[in-house]
Design a protein around this ligand. Structure first.
Ligand code: GUN
Ligand code: ZN
Length: 466
């Protein structure tokens, strides 16, 4: 058993030849940060990127034990990162006709109440991870439910697949059905137990996860603050300023607070690696405080549109110096695809007369989100020393995309059609720690069984393309 675990986590060794796109920095700040290699190669040793460059430069000195997988003409990118979604909401997506507070009571809380059951949680964990991999997403930050079982099921499944994920047991002790409520003490103890069992095991991290101010008493927020103080490097996740009725309710519940963020500030929950979902209706003070404390504001465009929550002010947050991320927010959100999410983000920002330049969008889904969640030293880029999590993209995946491609002249135009028209159909394969964990049309492949064409460097000229 221990040997199997070590083998699963060590990662694979191989060389991939493809068109390669990665970002060495933020293209908004540094136009030279975009790295695109038309005939590129990346070599991977034990799940870690060893080298990236022109194929012609790397091929002559390639170690003879490295098998080459030729993916030309497809586009290899860092695996997408989804910094905010709900593992128990895969069967909440597309629930009709409500805004946030009613949506929670009518659809979401009853559904989440099922997740104390191991069979329910195990099945959903396997589904959501497969679906993310099919969409090219290799790392996600999950809310589970208040039941420890939901965390255990998700973590065990991610570990089995060798994925880097972040997940938290939701803390909530009021404002929902009894089946979903913990207490301040249980919220603390169960989060502590999750940290001890899972945090730092393989590629797993635990996030301290008070759901949002309306579902936690002050005693519970104090317990969350105690956990945050005891674990200063841990991520924290919650929701902030998503909906106007929610904000008014927070004002009623916490009459002493100067604004919504102040509630979280009071309990020491605003700091680096604290991820605040939505952040739509913020005051200038809240923006300045998020920036000063180096916390992250996560844009969830499909959710904001579906629930009619409002329009995120990306330009205002950047102007204030706030770190930002972009996420699906399944199941308020309606797509697992980060491509679709970026495409809908473009439209939501257009309604505020803001632009989302295409290179900034692709940076956001990869290195930008890695920075927002504090994992930018190991994921989000294809660079030596980084974990070999990749998505392989076919920009001509559908008839409609191929037709549009006929008029495309630049990389930026190609990428923009991809985020506007693309989704899981454009994801040819997904790699985690160098192992192929998804192949288009093939469903989830346990990595050890994935077919890998083996081509030696000398055979490269006639290599099989796929
Ligand atoms: N605020 C508190 N819980 C939730 C949730 O599950 N989804 C969304 N969109 N907002 C929330
Ligand atoms: Zn959410």
């Amino acid at each position: 058993m221990a040997a199997v675990k070590a083998q699963q986590q060590s990662g694979a060794s191989l060389a991939i030849r493809a068109r390669i796109l990665t970002f060495d920095g933020d293209p908004r700040v540094d136009p030279a940060a975009t790295r695109y290699i038309e005939d590129g190669m990346v070599t991977v040793r034990d799940g870690i990127v060893e080298a990236i460059g022109e194929a012609r430069d790397l091929l002559p000195s390639l170690a003879h034990d490295l098998r080459i997988v030729d993916h030309r003409p497809h586009l290899l990118m860092p695996g997408f990162i989804d910094p905010h979604l709900h593992m128990p909401q895969t069967q909440v997506i597309a629930s009709y006709g409500t805004e946030l507070l009613e949506w929670l009571q009518k659809y979401t809380f009853p559904e989440e109440s099922r997740y104390g059951d191991a069979a329910v949680a195990d099945e959903a964990a396997a589904f959501v991870l497969s679906e993310l991999l099919a969409n090219g997403t290799t790392t996600a930050v999950f809310f589970c439910t208040s039941h420890p079982q939901s965390v255990n099921s998700l973590m065990a499944e991610a570990e089995r697949r060798g994925l880097r994920i972040v997940a938290g047991k939701v803390m909530m002790d009021r404002g929902a059905p009894d089946a979903l409520l913990d207490t301040p003490q249980r919220g603390y103890d169960e989060t502590k137990a999750a940290i001890e069992r899972w945090h730092g095991s393989g590629r797993l991290s635990v996030a301290i996860s008070p759901r949002f101010a309306p579902t936690s008493t002050e005693a519970q927020l104090e317990a969350a603050g105690a956990l945050a103080a005891e674990h200063p490097a841990l991520p924290i996740q919650t929701h902030l300023s998503e909906n106007l009725a929610e904000i008014a309710y927070v004002k009623e519940l916490f009459s002493w607070a100067q604004d919504y963020l102040d509630v979280y500030e009071r309990y020491g929950l605003v700091r680096e690696k604290a991820l605040f979902g939505h952040c739509i209706h913020l005051t200038e003070r809240e923006k300045a405080s998020l920036a000063e404390r180096r916390a992250s504001a996560i844009f969830c465009p499909t959710s904001n549109l579906f629930l009619g929550s409002g329009l995120y002010d990306r330009a205002g947050l950047i102007e204030a110096g706030v770190r930002t991320g972009i996420a699906t927010d399944i199941g308020g959100g309606t797509s697992y695809s980060m491509l679709t999410t970026a495409g809908e983000g473009y439209k939501a920002l257009a309604l505020r007369h803001q632009k989302l330049p295409v290179l900034q969008a692709f940076h956001w889904m990869t290195a930008g989100n890695a920075q927002a969640i504090g994992l930018d030293d190991r994921i989000g880029r294809i660079a030596p020393g980084y974990e070999a999590d990749f998505t392989l993209i076919d920009t001509g995946a559908t008839r409609a995309m191929r037709r549009r491609l006929e008029r495309v002249e630049t990389l930026e135009e190609e990428l923009f059609l991809l985020m506007t028209m693309g989704d899981d159909r454009a994801v040819v394969a997904t790699y985690a720690a160098g192992r192929r964990v998804h192949q288009r049309g093939g469903g989830f492949l346990p990595a050890r069984e994935a077919p890998q064409p083996v081509v030696s460097p000398s055979e490269q000229a006639g290599a099989v393309q796929q």
